[in-house]
Write a new protein. Structure first.
Length: 332
């Protein structure tokens, strides 16, 4: 958080009249603390910390950020599984457009690699079992993919109104031009087999951003490396972009950092912003054997120089929550 605020040149000094809010989303919040406290409770109830409750409730990351920064604007948290991180940016935009804040420190976080969580994901078949070569285990869109690599971390961005940013001479990396949310309303973990509701989210996001499919240069894909998700996402992209799909650059950061769950969407937004800044699209590594059903340009193995002015970011969460954002390079 401190790095993001410092990079933005934002002064947050605890002024109660400052219109600075916080939106930090997550998926599983304080699961590590719950697991540890459960073990402590069985051993000796007196070992459970009096700070246990405040350390595990899902709004606490946002509240901790507000306390640390001295931000007295709206503080919010939402849980949309793996779509949480990108939703935070759309919610920050909504808060600013509603006039409730000028700036929102927004992003996603999760640190849930615990024995119980890991076992649960493994037993449901979500994780890769390529244990003999872990550095090659995350293989989005590859024919030999067998699940995602469980990651954790936090990504935070400073979202600001254009007027406020210009008034203080801020240097923007990108614009959040629009987005959309849909629900599969189908299953607690499996996506709808048609992929139609993820497709609808993409179409609605483009419409909300007044952007045509032929204007998009890059898609930062959800790309989890699970069998069905990658296939459905590829199919949905083909349907939405039509002929423009053949020139579209698509990649999955999860191939390099694993699936950071609640932080994944925020990471995708950050990666996209840097692609716009640096004129280079990140690769999808470990894509050795293309899946015939995943037939787009996934930028295999190495980054590629490209002028990215408009991008789509996909994030699809357990429960069928589809969140799509349209991001654009800053305009003069």
């Amino acid at each position: 958080v401190g790095v993001a605020v410092h990079d933005a040149g934002l002064a947050v000094d605890g002024d109660p009249d400052a219109r600075i809010g916080v939106q930090i989303n997550n998926a599983v919040a304080g699961f590590p603390g719950i697991e540890a406290a459960t073990d402590q409770r069985h051993d000796d109830p007196r070992k459970v910390s009096p700070y246990f409750v405040s350390s595990v409730i899902p709004n606490m990351p946002a509240c901790e950020v507000a306390i640390d920064l001295g931000a007295h604007g709206p503080v919010n948290a939402s849980a949309l599984a793996c779509a949480s991180g990108i939703h935070a940016l759309l919610e920050a935009r909504r808060t600013i457009l509603a006039g409730d804040a000028d700036v929102v420190v927004a992003g996603g976080t999760d640190a849930a690699i615990t024995p119980v969580m890991f076992t649960g994901l493994s037993n449901m078949g979500a994780l890769s079992t390529r244990n003999d070569a872990p550095e090659r285990a995350s293989r989005p869109f590859d024919a030999e993919r067998d699940g995602f690599v469980f990651g954790e971390g936090a990504v935070v961005l400073v979202v600001e109104s254009a007027e406020h940013a210009a008034a203080r001479g801020a240097r923007p990396y990108m614009e959040i031009r629009g987005g959309a949310l849909t629900s599969d309303a189908f299953h607690v973990s499996a996506p709808h087999p048609s992929g139609e509701h993820a497709e609808t989210a993409m179409r609605r996001a483009l419409a909300a951003a007044h952007t045509g499919p032929d204007e998009v240069d890059y898609v930062c894909a959800h790309g989890t490396a699970t069998r069905i998700n990658d296939r459905l996402e590829s199919r949905a992209l083909r349907s939405v972009f039509g002929e423009a799909a053949d020139r579209l650059l698509v990649s999955s950061p999860k191939s390099m950092v694993g699936h950071m769950i609640g932080a994944a969407g925020a990471l995708s937004a950050m990666v996209t912003a840097l692609a716009m800044r640096d004129g280079a699209v990140p690769p999808t590594v470990n894509l050795d054997t293309p899946d015939p059903e995943c037939d787009l340009d996934y930028v295999p193995h190495t980054a590629r120089k490209a002028d990215v002015t408009t991008a789509l970011v996909n994030a699809f969460g357990f429960g069928g929550q589809n969140v799509v954002a349209v991001l654009g390079a800053p305009r003069d």
